[in-house]
Design a protein around this ligand. Structure first.
Ligand code: GLN
Length: 255
C-alpha cells in the first residue's frame, strides 16, 4: 500500500474500548478492528485499552472512546459503574476526544434510558437526548444520509432496539432516514452528533461497510492526538464500497 511506503508515522492513536465483555451484541467489537486496520494501512500505530467494570477511565489517556451495543440486562449491569465514570467521560468529550457509541451506547450517552422494565438508567450526558422504551422493537435493515463536518455520505446497517430516542437542541442527527426506523420511527432521523461524539443505532458491525464514517471518526481522533487538522489519505476501499452498495440496494434504494 503506497501509504506504507511513505514510512511509519510516529503518532499512536489511543483507543478506549468500554465494557467489551458486557456491551458487544451483533459483533459490534468488529468496529475496533476496522479502526485499528484503517490506521495501520495509513502508517499510523494504535493501542486499544479495554476499560471494564471497576477499571479507571482517565480522560487524558485516550483519543477515541468506543462503546458497543447491549441488551437491557447488559446495560443495567454496567449502569452503576458507568455513572461513576461519567464525569471523566464528559471531560474527555469536552476535550474533543472522538466517540462512537452504538445502540445501547447511544442510549447511555444521553441523559437517561427508561428500559423495557421501566427502570431508569442514568446516562453520562455527552449527547443531548433521552430514550424511553416503546411497545414495539424497531428491527431491520437501515440506511441514512449523513452530513457531518462538511462531509456527505450514506451509512448502512441493521437496527434492533426497543428504545425510542428523542434529541434535544444541543445535539443534531447523524442522518436522515432513507430506509428503516431510526431513533424513534416518528421524526425520520437517526443517531446523534455533538462535539466529536457520535451515537448511532446501526449495528452490522457498523464500520466495515461504512468507510466514510470510519474515516470521520479516525480524523477526529488524530486531530485530538496531534492538535492540528488532518486529512487522511484515500484507501483502496473496493470491498467495503461494494458491500456498502449491496446493503444500499438490499434496503431497496437506488445505488
Ligand atoms: N437494550 C437497548 C434496546 O433494546 C439497546 C439494544 C441494542 O444495543 N441493540 O433498545
Amino acid at each position: 500500500n503506497p501509504c506504507l511506503l511513505e514510512g511509519w508515522q510516529m503518532t499512536e492513536v489511543r483507543i478506549c474500548h468500554l465494557y467489551p465483555n458486557h456491551m458487544n451484541i451483533y459483533g459490534d467489537r468488529g468496529n475496533i478492528s476496522v479502526l485499528t486496520k484503517r490506521l495501520q494501512w495509513r502508517g499510523y500505530s494504535s493501542s486499544v485499552t479495554n476499560v471494564g467494570i471497576g477499571d479507571k477511565f482517565s480522560p487524558d489517556d485516550f483519543d477515541l472512546c468506543y462503546l458497543g451495543g447491549g441488551q437491557d440486562k447488559d446495560q443495567n449491569l454496567i449502569a452503576f459503574d458507568l455513572a461513576e465514570k461519567a464525569p471523566a467521560i464528559r471531560s474527555a468529550a469536552d476535550d474533543g476526544v472522538s466517540f462512537l457509541w452504538v445502540c445501547g451506547g447511544i442510549q447511555l450517552a444521553g441523559k437517561r434510558y427508561v428500559d423495557a422494565s421501566g427502570s431508569e438508567l442514568l446516562g453520562v450526558g455527552i449527547l443531548d437526548l433521552e430514550t424511553i422504551a416503546g411497545t414495539e422493537r424497531l428491527i431491520g435493515d437501515i440506511a441514512i444520509r449523513s452530513s457531518v463536518d462538511g462531509r456527505e455520505f450514506t451509512v448502512v446497517g441493521y437496527e434492533n432496539h426497543i428504545g425510542q430516542t428523542y434529541l434535544g437542541s444541543d445535539s443534531r442527527p447523524l442522518g436522515k432516514v432513507l430506509h428503516g426506523y431510526g431513533n424513534n420511527s416518528f421524526d425520520q432521523v437517526e443517531g446523534a452528533v455533538q462535539q466529536r461524539v457520535i451515537g448511532t443505532y446501526l449495528h452490522g458491525p457498523l464500520l466495515p461497510k461504512n468507510p466514510d464514517l470510519a474515516d470521520l471518526i479516525l480524523t477526529w481522533a488524530l486531530e485530538h492526538r496531534i492538535s492540528e487538522s488532518v486529512s487522511l489519505e484515500k484507501l483502496d476501499d473496493n470491498f467495503a464500497v461494494n458491500a456498502h452498495k449491496r446493503a444500499v440496494s438490499r434496503a431497496g434504494l437506488k445505488r
